[in-house]
Ligand binder design. Structure first.
Ligand code: HEC
Ligand code: HEC
Ligand code: HEC
Ligand code: HEC
Ligand code: HEC
Ligand code: HEC
Length: 416
C-alpha cells in the first residue's frame, strides 16, 4: 500500500516538473509563440494592411523601419507588444533601444494601438515572419505592373484601333465598288459591240435603271439632305449638352502631388488622406498636417515638399484646385455610396491610383447619377435596415431591388 502511494507521488512530481519545464522553455523562447498557421497569418496580414502598412513595409524602410526579423532584432516580444500599444510610453521610460530608434527616425511618433490585442500582434509577427522568410518580392512588384498593363489590354481593343479598322474596311469596300463598276462598264461596252444579241438580251445589258438617274431623283436628294441635317443637328445638340460638363478636367495643382506614387506605388489607403469619405458627405482634401506624418522625414529636401513646409509656416492652406464639383443645387453623399452602397471609389473616379494628376473620369451630370440608380442593385447584404423593403419588393416584382426602387429617382433626394 505505502509502496503504491510512493509510486504515485513520484509519478505526480515528474508530471508536474515536466509541465513546469515545458512552460518555462516556452517563456524562455518567445519566438516559438509566433504563430505559423495560415489562419493566424492571414489575420495578421489583414491587421497589418489596415493599421501598419501606411508606415511600414516588411522589406523596405518607409516612414518607420522595415519590419523584417523585428522579432529577433527588438529586445523581446513583450517589448514589441508594449511598443505597439503605446510607443511614447516605452520611449519616455528611457528604454535605450526605443530612444535610439526614435532618434534615428527623426522623432516621428508611431500611432498608438491600445486596442490591438497581444494575440493579434503575434499574428502580425506571424505574417512578418512569413514574409521575411519569403524574401523581398522584387519580381512581384514588376509583375503587378505588367499585370495591370495586361488587364487594361484584356478590357478590350482601344477605341483608336477600332476606328482605324473601321476606316480601313470602308476604304476596301469603296475600292471593291470602284473595281466592280469598272468591270460592268467594260463588259457592257463589249456586249454592246456584239451583233448577235436580241432585244431581250440588250434589255438586260442596258437596264433602264441607271445610277445617274437615281442620284438626280428627288427622293434621293431628299434623303441625303435629311441625313445631313439630322447629323449636323445631333452634333450641335451634343455640344450644347456638353456645356458645363467637365469630363477629363485635369488642372495642374500647386504641389506636384501624385496619386500614382502615394495610392499606387505605396498603396496608402484613400481613407488615410480623404478622412471624411466613410463617415460624411464630403471626402475632404487632406490638410498639410497629414502630409507631415510622412514628409517630416521623407524627401525633406525636395522643392515640392518645401512648399508644404511653407504652407504650414505661413499658416496658409495649400490652394488645391477643385476637380470634381457639382452645382449647389445637387446633394451628393460619399458615405452613403461608399459605405452603405459598397461602391468603389474607382467606379466614379476612375483609376485614381494610376494618375499623376487627378482627372475627372465621369460626366457628373444628372443623367449619369440617374443611369446608375436605374442599373445598380441596392447593397442589402447584412443590412437589417433593408430586410422589410426586400420582402415587400419580392412580393411586387421578380427583379432585384434597384436604387430606383428605394427612391433614387425622386427629385427631392438629390435636390434641396
Ligand atoms: C504613423 C506611422 C506608423 C504606423 C501607422 C505604425 N508604425 Fe511602427 N513605427 C513607426 C516609426 C516612425 C517607428 C520608429 C520608432 C519611432 O520613431 O517611434 C516604428 C517602429 C516600430 C517597431 C520597432 C521596429 C524595430 O526596428 O525595432 C515595431 C515593432 C513597429 N513599429 C510595429 C508596428 C505595428 C505592428 C504597426 C501596426 C499595428 C505599426 N508599427 C504602425 C511608425 C509607424
Ligand atoms: C497621401 C494622401 C492621399 C491619398 C492616399 C489619396 N489621396 Fe486623393 N487627393 C489627395 C490630395 C492632396 C488631393 C488634392 C490634389 C489633387 O487633386 O491631386 C487629392 C485629390 C483627390 C481627388 C480629386 C478631388 C477634387 O478636387 O475633386 C479624388 C477624386 C481623389 N483624391 C481620390 C482618391 C482616391 C480614390 C484615393 C485612393 C485610391 C486617394 N485619393 C488617395 C491626397 C491623397
Ligand atoms: C504615408 C506616408 C505619406 C503621406 C501621408 C504623404 N506622402 Fe508624399 N510621399 C511619400 C513617399 C513614400 C514618397 C516617395 C518618396 C520617394 O520617391 O523617395 C512621397 C513623395 C511625394 C512627393 C514627390 C517628391 C519628390 O520630389 O519626388 C510629393 C510632392 C509628395 N509626396 C507630396 C505629398 C503631399 C502634398 C502630401 C499630403 C497631402 C503627402 N505627400 C503625404 C509618403 C507620403
Ligand atoms: C457614386 C460615385 C462616387 C463614389 C463611389 C466616390 N465618389 Fe468621390 N466624388 C463623387 C462626386 C459626384 C463628387 C463631387 C461632389 C461635390 O461636388 O459635391 C466627388 C468628390 C470627391 C472629392 C473632392 C472633395 C469632396 O468631398 O467633394 C474627393 C477627394 C473624392 N470624391 C474622393 C473619393 C474617394 C476617396 C472615394 C472612395 C473611398 C470616392 N470619392 C468615392 C462621386 C463619387
Ligand atoms: C455607380 C453608381 C452610382 C452613381 C454614379 C450615383 N449613385 Fe447615388 N446611389 C447609388 C447606390 C447603390 C445607392 C443606394 C445606397 C443605399 O443603399 O442607401 C445610391 C443612393 C443615393 C441616394 C439616396 C437615395 C435614397 O432613396 O435613399 C442619393 C440622394 C444619391 N444616391 C445621390 C446621387 C447623386 C446626386 C449622384 C450623382 C452626382 C449619384 N447618386 C450617383 C449608386 C450610385
Ligand atoms: C440621382 C440624383 C438626381 C435626381 C433623382 C434628380 N436630379 Fe436633377 N440634377 C442632379 C445633378 C447631379 C444635377 C447637376 C448636373 C449638372 O450640373 O450637369 C442636376 C441638375 C438638375 C437641374 C438643373 C439643370 C441645369 O442645367 O442646371 C434641374 C432643373 C433638375 N436637376 C431637375 C430635376 C427634377 C425635376 C428631378 C425629378 C424628376 C430631378 N432633377 C431628379 C441629380 C439628380
Amino acid at each position: 500500500m505505502t509502496q503504491k502511494r510512493l509510486l504515485t507521488r513520484v509519478f505526480l512530481s515528474f508530471t508536474l516538473f515536466g509541465c513546469f519545464y515545458i512552460s518555462n522553455t516556452l517563456a524562455l523562447a518567445p519566438a516559438d509563440e509566433i504563430p505559423t498557421d495560415a489562419a493566424r497569418i492571414s489575420e495578421g496580414q489583414a491587421i497589418f494592411d489596415s493599421n501598419c502598412k501606411t508606415c511600414h513595409r516588411v522589406h523596405d524602410k518607409l516612414v518607420g523601419p522595415a519590419l523584417k526579423e523585428v522579432y529577433n532584432v527588438a529586445p523581446s516580444i513583450d517589448w514589441i507588444v508594449n511598443f505597439v500599444h503605446n510607443s511614447s510610453k516605452v520611449i519616455a521610460s528611457g528604454d535605450p533601444y526605443a530612444v535610439a530608434l526614435y532618434d534615428e527616425y527623426n522623432k516621428t511618433q508611431m500611432t498608438h494601438f491600445p486596442s490591438i490585442s497581444r494575440d493579434q500582434i503575434l499574428s502580425i509577427l506571424g505574417y512578418i515572419k512569413q514574409e521575411t522568410e519569403k524574401g523581398p518580392a522584387v519580381a512581384a512588384v514588376v509583375s503587378t505592373g505588367g499585370g495591370d498593363a495586361n488587364a487594361s489590354g484584356d478590357a478590350g481593343v482601344p477605341a483608336i484601333y477600332i476606328d482605324a479598322i473601321l476606316i480601313g474596311l470602308i476604304i476596301v469596300l469603296v475600292l471593291i465598288l470602284v473595281v466592280l463598276v469598272l468591270i460592268t462598264t467594260i463588259l457592257r461596252k463589249y456586249l454592246n459591240q456584239r451583233d448577235d444579241l436580241d432585244d431581250a438580251d440588250r434589255e438586260i445589258v442596258n437596264p433602264t435603271f441607271s445610277f445617274d438617274l437615281l442620284v438626280k431623283s428627288k427622293p434621293f436628294i431628299f434623303i441625303v439632305t435629311f441625313l445631313f441635317v439630322a447629323i449636323a443637328f445631333k452634333v450641335v445638340i451634343n455640344n450644347l449638352y456638353a456645356v458645363g460638363v467637365q469630363k477629363n478636367y485635369a488642372p495642374k495643382q500647386p504641389i506636384a502631388f501624385s496619386h500614382k506614387i502615394h495610392a499606387g506605388t505605396y498603396e496608402i489607403d484613400c481613407n488615410y488622406c480623404h478622412t471624411g469619405v466613410n463617415k460624411s458627405k464630403n471626402a475632404n482634401i487632406p490638410s498639410p498636417n497629414i502630409c507631415m506624418n510622412c514628409h517630416g522625414s521623407i524627401k525633406t529636401e525636395s522643392p515640392e515638399i518645401q512648399k508644404i513646409y511653407a504652407a504650414i509656416e505661413n499658416d496658409k492652406p495649400i490652394e488645391w484646385i477643385r476637380v470634381h464639383n457639382l452645382p449647389d443645387l445637387a446633394y451628393f453623399n460619399h458615405s452613403q455610396h461608399v459605405v452603405v452602397g459598397g461602391i468603389e471609389c474607382q467606379t466614379c473616379h476612375g483609376p485614381i491610383e494610376e494618375m499623376d494628376v487627378v482627372k475627372q473620369a465621369s460626366l457628373l451630370t444628372m443623367g449619369w447619377c440617374i443611369d446608375c440608380h436605374r442599373q445598380t442593385d441596392v447593397n442589402t447584404k447584412d443590412n437589417g435596415y433593408y430586410d422589410n423593403l426586400v420582402e415587400l419588393h419580392k412580393e411586387e416584382s421578380k427583379s432585384a431591388l434597384k436604387v430606383e426602387d428605394i427612391g433614387g429617382l425622386e427629385c427631392s433626394k438629390c435636390h434641396y
